[in-house]
Design a binder for this molecule. Sequence first.
Ligand code: TQI
Ligand code: ZN
Ligand code: ZN
Length: 169
Amino acid sequence: HYTFFPGTPVWPESRRDLTYAFNPDNALTDTVKSIFTSAFERWATVTKLTFTQTESYSTADLKIAFFAGDHGDGEPFDGVLGTLAHAFSPPSGRFHLDSEENWVISGDISTSSLASSIDLESVAVHEIGHLLGLGHSSVEEAIMYPTIQSRTRKVELASDDIEGIQQLY
Ligand code: TQI
Ligand code: ZN
Ligand code: ZN
């Protein structure tokens, strides 16, 4: 079953059209950016929320950045595997990914040669759930379940994820 963060923080009524931006220092390709766009779309289709990319990193509601190791927020990344990414509850909007992971951005992850390969969209859909206020779920099929099998792609919201987010928005 789905959960919320303590105190059930949500984006307020006045901020349901959210903007997102990528850390300009990361210089991400359009292909990588499009993975995040797809991940946002999965949540937008089941809520009244909208997500629009902006070039203005400083003013965006949701800020996406890749970092390695200690990046100044008290939650350092740890190299390959372990922590892959983290996102903070509303209205923080901070979404950080470990740049040292072997991110898979396209292709079939199940036949990937590296045992440590991680599917970027799967992690993005999960972290966006956190950005919007969902905690972890006890339902194994849910996107918000706290573990993922290695070399697995899991990007489709389960009914548990949809019920949880529709409770909030
Ligand atoms: N990062 C953890 C996560 O996002 C960070 C975390 C731990 C956390 N406890 C939390 C975030 C409580 C919010 C609330 O869950 S992770 C997965 C999964 C991670 C894990 O790098 O371990 C995914 C990131 F579910 F597959 F294990 C993304 Cl999809
Ligand atoms: Zn961080
Ligand atoms: Zn999580």
